[in-house]
Write a protein that binds this ligand. Structure first.
Ligand SMILES: Nc1ncnc2c1ncn2[C@@H]1O[C@H](COP(=O)(O)OP(=O)(O)OP(=O)(O)O)[C@@H](O)[C@H]1O
Length: 311
């Protein structure tokens, strides 16, 4: 697998403040990685170093084998950055903004026209393409930002809170687009405090804490690491006490009553068959059984509680 982003021992001091303290990060082509952590944990500073916009105090970055500080133009060609508030020329239309950026990137007029049309269609902005960008909603601006990355054929996208301020429908639209880009091979780093958004599209998450990456892996890995279970089974049954019946079953991490005849079982594997059997063997009748994935927000809160307790 091709490694697209490689950071080793990345460190940044601002005077006496240690903003980033020895970050190692390796991201493969087509991966979507969520950068998470409390305010001030070092996510933005890490992103700025990956983009070559801030010089590391120590450590190294390679983007597709190139050093963002020594080869800034080459890296800029490969990496698209979508900040929290994407800046466009407000009086210029969406299409004119893209044309301007294509000209700066040295594209020929014909090539630009073709790529701009395709990119606008992909983000569903064709109908609005000739309106001034100043009239665009926040969702449209984010989509125009993605269109710019598509037009430039960026291999890496770094997105800062891409869905903040978007309504649920616009959020879903944007997430679907980001997934398409990843399936087409784009590598995506996404910094966000919106944990449901992160869980829905990220393959792995990196948890930043005091300038370090304290955890990197899947949500399931995180749930396991903090001693929980990666699987949650919701059980609805009558005539049985599941807490007693399933308490010693291998793989059960916790059983919580979530109402009369309802239980939430946290487990290290999919325990639906065993739970169904236990209900029936205990003389009860099973009414419903649902499997859910561990929730990132719960795992995240538990992780940072442990970090705070360990401090
Ligand atoms: N230009 C700067 N000068 C001095 N200190 C800075 C500068 N930029 C960031 N810091 C400090 O570095 C630390 C890490 O900040 P950073 O912005 O990277 O965190 P973050 O994880 O992105 O936070 P947020 O979630 O709020 O965006 C903080 O203590 C911050 O105050």
């Amino acid at each position: 697998m091709t490694t697209v982003i490689e950071a080793r021992g990345l460190t940044k001091h601002y005077g006496t403040t240690v903003a980033v303290n020895g970050v190692d990060l390796s991201v493969a082509a087509g991966e979507v990685i969520g950068l998470l952590g409390p305010n001030g944990a070092g996510k933005t500073t890490t992103i700025l170093m990956l983009l070559g916009l801030t010089e590391p105090t120590a450590g190294s970055v390679r983007i597709l084998g190139k050093d963002p500080l020594r080869q800034p133009l080459e890296v800029k060609r490969e990496v698209g950055y979508l900040p929290d508030a994407v800046g466009f020329y407000e009086t210029m239309t969406g299409r004119e903004n893209l044309s301007y950026s294509a000209r700066l990137a040295g594209m020929s007029r014909d090539q630009a026209r073709e790529r701009i049309d395709a990119a606008l269609a992909k983000v569903r902005l064709t109908a609005a393409a000739d309106r001034p960008a100043g009239t665009y909603s926040r969702g449209m601006r984010q989509r125009l930002g993605l269109a710019e990355l598509l037009m430039r054929e960026s291999k890496v996208a770094i997105l800062d809170e891409p869905t903040s301020g978007l309504d649920p429908q616009s959020t879903q639209d944007l997430l679907a687009l980001i997934e398409q880009l990843s399936r087409a091979g784009m590598t995506i780093l996404l910094s966000s405090h919106m944990l449901d958004v992160v869980q829905s599209i990220c393959h792995r998450i990196a948890l930043f804490s005091k300038g370090r990456i304290g955890f990197i892996g899947t949500v399931e890995d995180l749930a396991k690491q903090i001693g929980g279970g990666a699987f949650i089974v919701d059980v609805e049954a009558e005539g049985v006490d599941l807490e007693t019946a399933a308490s010693s079953t291998e793989g059960v991490k916790s059983i919580r009553s979530s109402g009369q005849g309802h239980w939430e079982v946290e487990a290290t594997r999919d325990l639906r068959p065993e739970l169904a059997r236990l209900v029936v063997q205990g003389g009860g009748s099973l009414k419903n059984l649902d499997l859910r994935r561990a929730r990132l927000d719960q795992a995240y809160n538990r992780y940072f509680k442990e970090v705070a307790n360990a401090a």
